[in-house]
Design a protein around this ligand. Structure first.
Ligand code: BGC
Length: 247
């Protein structure tokens, strides 16, 4: 029950072999930089390099591979490109990676992978009902999971708020760009949550992303009728979730 998980992000591409029963990493976490511009052909090369690093560190080859990526993924195709090169739009990415790596892979949205990891192995393990994970980074990713089943590609970061995509005013990067302190950021996030709650009425929110390491700076300021918990698996959630979905 081992699988390789690969997480393609804006600055780095990370991967490892994962034990799909416990959700723990069985190798070190390997990393290569995301090539400048994030174009498909360059990312493909970098992922192939990373894949070689992972399989040469692990005796067993031909493991299932899961890859997560910041785009709507439908039937293996990358359909959107909010914070990545527009060249990704409409590509049959899953097939492209399969022929480059010479193995079957499963392609999935990055937030969906992180959410599944938190529900299977992390902070929302065994919680019934609807769990909604929001990842706060360059954009806002979302993962909606009902009784352990993922409803993929929810993309709540693109809900319109104040006339623009919510992630433009409520993501971690926009906090930095707009020079907001945590209390001001929390106000924008609270309004965003109100919108998401109106549509989904989840039982629990999980907040993830790099900033959640310091969640005590943010979570106490957020107003929400629904309980919010910080993610547990931090940097490894994408890798673990992608591996767990690789079948
Ligand atoms: C993308 C999502 C992604 C999120 C987090 C958004 O801009 O549209 O697909 O999950 O960023 O990376």
């Amino acid at each position: 029950m081992e699988a390789i998980g690969i997480d393609i992000g804006g600055t780095g591409i990370k991967g490892a072999v994962v034990d799909r029963i416990s959700g723990t990493l069985l190798t070190e976490r390997f990393k290569v930089s995301t090539p400048e511009g994030g174009k498909p052909a360059d990312i493909l090369e970098s992922v192939a390099t990373l894949y070689e690093m992972i399989i040469s560190a692990h005796e067993q080859d031909s493991l299932p591979v899961g890859v997560c990526f910041p785009s709507v993924i439908r039937q293996g195709h990358t359909l959107t490109a909010a914070n990545i090169s527009p060249e990704w739009i409409g590509l049959d990415a899953e097939r492209m990676f399969e022929s480059k790596l010479g193995t079957d892979i499963h392609f999935v949205n990055d937030a969906d992978a992180a959410g599944i990891a938190e529900v299977k192995y992390g902070t929302a393990k065994d919680i019934p009902g609807t769990v909604l994970m929001l990842t706060l980074g360059t954009g806002i990713g979302s993962a909606m999971i009902h009784n352990g089943n993922l409803i993929p590609n929810t993309e709540f970061g693109h809900i319109i708020m104040d006339g623009v995509d919510a992630e433009k005013i409520a993501s971690s990067r926009s906090r930095e760009k707009l020079g907001l302190d945590y209390a001001e950021w929390a106000k924008a996030l609270s309004r965003f949550l109100e919108l998401v709650t109106t549509i989904t009425n989840p039982d629990l929110y999980i907040f993830g992303g790099g900033v959640i390491k310091n969640h005590e700076l943010l979570l106490p300021y957020i107003k929400s009728d629904v309980e919010i918990v910080p993610a547990q698996l931090s940097n490894n959630a994408g890798i673990i979730g992608a591996a767990s979905l690789a079948i």
